[in-house]
Design a protein around this ligand. Structure first.
Ligand SMILES: [Zn+2]
Length: 62
């Protein structure tokens, strides 16, 4: 049971589905689904990331 694979980005244990990192990402190992999809989004639209939530968090930390 290969059940102790860790994500190469967030270092969390990957539960079931692990994703192989693309070669152009320069990442060794596997990614969890979260980091993989984030990487994919970043890969296809590197300069456009919606930050609506982020800016409101930064203004109001509490
Ligand atoms: Zn991850």
């Amino acid at each position: 049971m290969p059940n102790n694979t860790k994500c190469a980005i967030c270092n969390n244990q990957i539960p079931i589905f692990r994703y192989k990192a693309m070669r152009q990402w320069n990442i060794q190992g596997y990614l969890c689904s979260d980091c993989y999809s984030k990487k994919l989004i970043g890969h296809y639209t590197p300069a456009y990331i919606p930050t609506k939530e982020d800016s409101s968090y930064n203004k109001n930390p509490k």
